[in-house]
Design a binder for this molecule. Structure first.
Ligand code: UD1
Length: 423
């Protein structure tokens, strides 16, 4: 297992290109199952989660060809001969459940193992299943697998109101509704940019969708979808993560491809903490304007609120702020596993249920720490960038799921960081 060694250093400067969004790509890829014609994704990120989704689609009979060093994915699902998504692949990644809606919609039946994924809470899939049932699906759970069937081979348009806005459930039901007979109305759905991106791609394939990006989506089902070429939207979580690097270390870094509309709530908090963000011709320019970061309170919420996927990284920034910050986690019940690791680096954090109180210290100290999940691992790297001495982050395989070339990208703006094998 590899480790990453970070040595605290001074201000950063330069440019970091931001990749296509992991979470968008992981829902766009299963959309290939809706059509017999090819779907091409450009601006795809090079990540292990994308490889896992590739394996899953291939296990079902889809052809997936990776071109241009992985940035272009050409997929074709003209021959889906297997309708069972096996536990061995699904357990690696929760987003695997997203093959359920498309397979069921196109062929009238699908069997998908219940998923695994990051250990950040119970994360059931009940809303995915209820949404598909609202479109007429008959669902049974047997021996850890979801068995789904559409009576007479085709889903029917229906109305589904989510009790709360789940990103994945919105995506799964939206994809299924595109091929259902009649009109579907999905209420209280998630509004994340990745959902808008999925809807844009589905519309390119011939789907009739209105309202993506608002809390009600209306879908007029069509008989078949065609092929399309679609660019994956910018990764707002990778963007936010690298925006924190100059915020923590000082200096000035331009994030190429960065878009303000993707990170507005996050940028508001950065501004309150003393960090300037400015739009440029190529993206966003980030610069710390104060000697010491100021404490701010953060509550995670569905989009357009502050994203839960940036909470761990924001905590790394606030560990050395002047004053006391309170971070409240409202999306996942167990998402402070980075706190004990940051405490090993000298942070003062008190976690009580879904709330973490961070009392800023002058400086963190390098330590050996362990990555516990994807976003937690990058928060430890960010903390290490400004800590005194050397920080060794182990179990970095979590990082490979969601960040491409993290060492190269940070090195290019002057960070002292290296990856070492086998420790
Ligand atoms: C997606 C993102 C993840 C992000 C999360 C919230 C992908 C691949 N992953 O995950 O990075 O952190 O959105 O922005 O896009 N829930 C249920 N029942 C369900 C579904 C969800 O109770 O059927 C709960 C979950 O346990 C969680 C909350 O709803 O507490 C939000 O989950 P959801 O929005 O579904 O997140 P994901 O789609 O899994």
């Amino acid at each position: 297992m590899d480790s990453i060694i970070v040595t605290g250093n001074g201000p950063l400067s330069g440019q970091i290109p931001i990749a296509g969004a992991k979470n968008a790509c992981l829902t766009l890829m299963p959309a290939t199952l809706l059509s017999e014609e090819p779907l091409t994704l450009t601006n795809a990120p090079r990540l292990s989660d994308i490889k896992t989704m590739t394996q899953l689609l291939q296990s079902l009979g889809a052809e997936v060809t990776s071109m241009q060093d992985g940035q272009v994915l050409v997929m074709s699902s003209h021959d889906i001969h297997n309708h069972t998504a096996d536990y061995d692949i699904v357990r690696k990644m929760r987003a695997s459940i997203l093959v359920l809606g498309p397979m069921l919609a196109r062929d009238g039946h699908a069997i998908v193992s219940l998923p695994g994924g990051c250990a950040i809470g119970a994360r059931p899939v009940d809303l995915h299943l209820k949404g598909l049932e609202a479109l007429g699906a008959e669902i049974e759970l047997k021996e850890g697998y979801v068995h789904a069937r559409a009576p007479k081979g085709r889903l029917q348009g229906g109305t589904y109101e989510m009790p709360f806005a789940s990103v994945g459930a919105t995506e799964n039901v939206l994809m299924a509704a595109t091929l259902a007979k009649g009109t579907s109305v999905l209420k209280n759905v998630a509004r994340e940019p990745e959902i808008v991106d999925l809807a844009d791609c589905l519309i390119r394939m011939g789907a009739q969708i209105e309202g993506a990006g608002t809390s009600t989506i209306t879908v007029q089902g069509v008989d078949r979808l065609g092929g399309a070429t679609h660019p994956v939207v910018t990764d707002r979580i990778e963007l936010g993560t690298y925006m924190l690097a100059p915020a923590i270390c000082g200096g000035e870094v331009e994030l190429l491809g960065g878009r303000l509309d993707l990170v507005r709530a996050f940028v508001e908090k950065l501004d309150m903490a003393g960090v300037d963000v400015r739009e440029t011709d190529n993206g966003l320019l980030v610069k710390r304007r104060v000697d010491r970061i100021q404490a701010v309170d953060v509550v995670t919420e569905p989009f357009p609120g502050f994203p839960t996927d940036l909470q761990a990284q924001m905590m790394a920034l606030l560990c050395t702020a002047e004053g006391t910050s309170v971070l409240e986690e409202k999306i996942f019940e167990n998402r402070f596993m980075h706190a004990p690791e940051l405490i090993r680096m000298g942070a003062q954090i008190d976690v009580q249920g879904g709330q973490a109180t961070v009392v800023g210290v002058d400086r963190l100290k390098g330590a050996r720490v362990m990555a516990t999940d994807l976003r937690a691992s990058v928060s430890l790297i960010l903390a290490g960038l400004a800590a005194e001495g050397e920080t060794i982050v182990s179990r970095v395989y979590h990082l490979d799921r969601g960040y491409e070339h993290v060492v190269g990208k940070l090195e290019s703006v002057g960070a002292k960081i290296e990856r070492v094998q086998g420790s």
